[in-house]
Design a protein around this ligand. Structure first.
Ligand SMILES: Nc1ncnc2c1ncn2[C@@H]1O[C@H](COP(=O)(O)OP(=O)(O)OP(=O)(O)O)[C@@H](O)[C@H]1O
Ligand SMILES: [Mg+2]
Length: 436
C-alpha cells in the first residue's frame, strides 16, 4: 500500500520533519532540568553549599528555611544541590539519603509522617504504618535512616500547607513536624540529619510557632523574583526545545518581559513559551510569533481565572459575575463599579434566575474575598457630602474574560448570557440613577 504520491507510509513517517517542537519536555515545568540549563542563583547555591558542608564530615548541618515567591527556583535549586551532595559523598564511599516531601496535598502531621515513611529509599526497606501513631512512624523513619545511611537530608517543600491543628491543640501541623524533625537527634539515635523547609508564604516565618522557634532555628536562604533579563536567559537555555529557526527573534524577549511584569515567575515564563509554541503548532504556523504569545497569555490567564473560579460556590460566582458584567456590559466604559450598583444588578440577576439572593453583609464578605484573591481592588468614594461614602470596585482582571470564564464554568450563569441585552439596559439605568 502506498501513502501520498509515490511515497510509502514508511517513507512518509521517515521524511516528515517535526513541526515547531523538537523536545517539548524541556518546557515542562514539573521536570527537573539539568544543571547546564540552570541560570543564576549563584548566591543561593553558595549559601547551600556552605551551610550543608558538615554533611561531608558526618556532622549535623544547621536547619535551613528557604523562602521566596512562586517560580523563583526554590524547589529546583534545592533538589540540584541535594543531589550534588549525594554524588560527592558517594565519591568518598559515604551514603546520603535525600528525602523530599512535598506538602501540597497534605494536611496533617500524620499524613506527613506516612509520606516520609513511604519516601524512604528502597534500600531502607518499608515501614508498616497501620495502627502506628505519628510519633511511632517518625521514630521508625529515623531509625531506618540511621541504620542505612551515613547522613540524611529531609526537604519539606511547601511546608506552609500543613496547617491542620495537631490533635486538640491550635498548633499547626507544620510547627509540630518541624519541631520533631529538628529535635530528631535528641529524641532518637539518628546522628546526622539536615532539615530544609521551603515555603512561598510571605508570613510563614513570622507565624512559626514559638515552640518550634526554640528548636528549629533556621538559617535563611531567600529567593527573590527574576527580572526580565534573567528570565530571558532561562528561556534561551531551553531554546532547543524548538526546531531550529521556528522561534521568531522577538518571542523569548517578549515572553520574558510579560513574565517579569507578572512577579518574575520562571514557571510562568516557561509555561507561556510552551503554550505559545503549542498554539503555533495547532494552527500549522511555520514559526512561533509574538501574537501566539499574546494568545498564550490570554489562555494562561483564563486557566488561572478558571482555577480560581472553580474554588468558589455558585452563589459566590454570581456575585463576581454581576460585578464583571456591570463593568463589561455598560454602554459607556466605566473606570470602576460602584458597589451599590453591583448589588442592584446582582439582585436583578437573582430575580430572573433560580439563585437565592444573599444578604448585604454576605455580599461584602464575598467582595473582600475577591479582593484577597487579587481579582478586584476596592476603595471608598463619595459623590458629595450629603450622600455618604460607598465602596467602588476596580477590576484587576479583564471583566470580559471574567464574564466569559464564569459563564463557561457554570450553566446557571451561562443562561444569563441570553439576557445580555436586558441586563445591559438595567446596568445603564442603575449607573445613571446612581450618578445623577
Ligand atoms: N534559575 C533557574 N534556571 C532555570 N530554570 C529555572 C530557574 N528557576 C526556576 N526555573 C524553572 O522554573 C520552574 C519553577 O521553578 P521551581 O519549581 O524551582 O519554583 P519554586 O520557587 O519552587 O516555586 P513554588 O513556590 O511555586 O513551588 C521550573 O520549571 C524550573 O525549571
Ligand atoms: Mg516549589
Amino acid at each position: 500500500m502506498t501513502g501520498s504520491g509515490n511515497l510509502s507510509i514508511g517513507d512518509m513517517v521517515r521524511t516528515e520533519e517535526p513541526a515547531i517542537f523538537r523536545n517539548r519536555k524541556l518546557l515542562s515545568t514539573s521536570r527537573i532540568v539539568d544543571e547546564d540549563r540552570i541560570v543564576g542563583r549563584e548566591e543561593q547555591i553558595q549559601s547551600y553549599v556552605t551551610l550543608l558542608q558538615s554533611l561531608k564530615t558526618g556532622d549535623t548541618p544547621p536547619d535551613i528555611l528557604v523562602y521566596g515567591p512562586s517560580g523563583t527556583g526554590k524547589s529546583l535549586i534545592t533538589h540540584r544541590v541535594a543531589s550534588e551532595f549525594q554524588t560527592v559523598l558517594a565519591e568518598s564511599g559515604k551514603s546520603l539519603a535525600v528525602i523530599e516531601l512535598n506538602c501540597q496535598w497534605l494536611n496533617t502531621n500524620y499524613q506527613a509522617a506516612v509520606e516520609l515513611a513511604e519516601s524512604l529509599p528502597p534500600e531502607a526497606g518499608s515501614i508498616t504504618v497501620q495502627g502506628k501513631s505519628t510519633q511511632k512512624v517518625l521514630k521508625e523513619f529515623f531509625k531506618r535512616l540511621e541504620e542505612n545511611f551515613d547522613a540524611s537530608l529531609v526537604i519539606v517543600d511547601e511546608v506552609d500547607h500543613l496547617v491542620n491543628p495537631v490533635d486538640n491543640t491550635d498548633e499547626p501541623a507544620y510547627s509540630s513536624l518541624l519541631y520533631q524533625l529538628s529535635r530528631a537527634e535528641d529524641l532518637t539515635d539518628i546522628e546526622t540529619l539536615g532539615v530544609i523547609a521551603i515555603t512561598n508564604a510571605p508570613d510563614f516565618v513570622e507565624e512559626l510557632d514559638p515552640r518550634v522557634d526554640s528548636s528549629f532555628n533556621p538559617r535563611d536562604i531567600v529567593f527573590s523574583d527574576y527580572d526580565a533579563n534573567q528570565l530571558r536567559q532561562i528561556l534561551y537555555r531551553r531554546e532547543d526545545a524548538f526546531v531550529e529557526g521556528v522561534l521568531s527573534d522577538d518571542v523569548i524577549p517578549y515572553v520574558a518581559a510579560l513574565a517579569a511584569q507578572d512577579h518574575g515567575d520562571a514557571r510562568k515564563a516557561v509555561d507561556l513559551l510552551r503554550t505559545a509554541g503549542a498554539l503555533a503548532l495547532d494552527e500549522d504556523a511555520e514559526k512561533v510569533y509574538k501574537h501566539h504569545v499574546d494568545r498564550a497569555q490570554e489562555e494562561v490567564e483564563r486557566d488561572r481565572l478558571l482555577e480560581q473560579a472553580n474554588g468558589y460556590s455558585s452563589g459566590k460566582k454570581l456575585v463576581l459575575f454581576a460585578t464583571a458584567a456591570v463593568h463589561a456590559w455598560s454602554s459607556d466604559p466605566i473606570d470602576s463599579v460602584p458597589n451599590p450598583v453591583m448589588q442592584q444588578v446582582y439582585s436583578f440577576m437573582c430575580d430572573i434566575t433560580e439563585f437565592s439572593e444573599k444578604s448585604q453583609p454576605t455580599l461584602s464578605r464575598y467582595v473582600d474575598e475577591f479582593e484577597q484573591g487579587g481579582l478586584i481592588e476596592t476603595s471608598h468614594a463619595s459623590k458629595g457630602v450629603s450622600t455618604g461614602v460607598y465602596r467602588q470596585i476596580k477590576m484587576a482582571r479583564s471583566s470580559e474574560l471574567l464574564v466569559e470564564t464564569l459563564s463557561e464554568n457554570d450553566s446557571s450563569i451561562h443562561d444569563l448570557l441570553d439576557d445580555r441585552e436586558l441586563i445591559s439596559s438595567v446596568v445603564d439605568t442603575k449607573l445613571n440613577e446612581f450618578y445623577n
